[in-house]
Design a protein around this ligand. Structure first.
Ligand SMILES: [Zn+2]
Ligand SMILES: [Zn+2]
Ligand SMILES: [Zn+2]
Length: 174
């Protein structure tokens, strides 16, 4: 008897030929025979005992491995987090360069000029920093997406913003 080949793709992770017949003890102590993907740990539909044993040359299959799934999930999450870290790092590397570019300096100059050098947050203090209202067009900002503000207003905004969204402070706008 050979293993069925028609269902050799894991429906969960898409791996091919990674499913093996396993004997699983389910919650109420009952035994189930299932194909388990050795990559992601997913179990297929129960297979009748007689069929399962004949698929396995009459012998009991090995035990279902309950550890594959949590390990697989953990590793996937770690890979995802690392990927996100790397793109964040790449963004900030690019962003630092952008803030040093003539293009940014020119936009910054125009925004400060538009505010006549007075903070657009309080209209009291001198505007010394330029803040992004959005990063949608970062690198090619429309000038209405930028405001000229004082250091106190900038700090007050970002402290509140950070508390609200719980996200990383975007250090910008020197
Ligand atoms: Zn799988
Ligand atoms: Zn201000
Ligand atoms: Zn800002």
């Amino acid at each position: 008897m050979s293993l069925p080949t028609e269902n050799n793709t894991c429906r969960d992770c898409g791996s091919i030929n990674t499913r093996k017949l396993r004997r699983r003890v389910i919650r109420n102590g009952a035994i189930q025979y299932v194909m388990q993907c050795q990559i992601c740990g997913a179990g297929g539909n129960p297979i009748a005992k007689a069929r399962a044993l004949s698929m396995n040359n009459g012998a009991e299959p090995a035990a279902f491995d309950e550890e594959i799934r949590p390990t697989y999930d953990r590793e996937r999450r770690a890979a995802f987090d690392q990927q996100r870290q790397e793109s964040r790092h790449e963004f900030f590397e690019w962003y630092d360069q952008y803030l040093a570019s003539p293009e940014w300096k020119e936009r910054r100059r125009k925004v400060l000029l538009r505010a006549q050098g007075i903070c657009e947050g309080c209209r009291d203090a001198a505007a010394t920093e330029v803040h992004h209202l959005t990063y949608d067009n970062v690198g090619e900002e429309f000038l209405w997406q930028l405001v000229a503000i004082c250091h106190e207003c900038h700090e007050r905004y970002h402290e509140a913003d950070q508390a609200r969204r719980g996200r990383i402070f975007l250090e910008e706008d020197q």
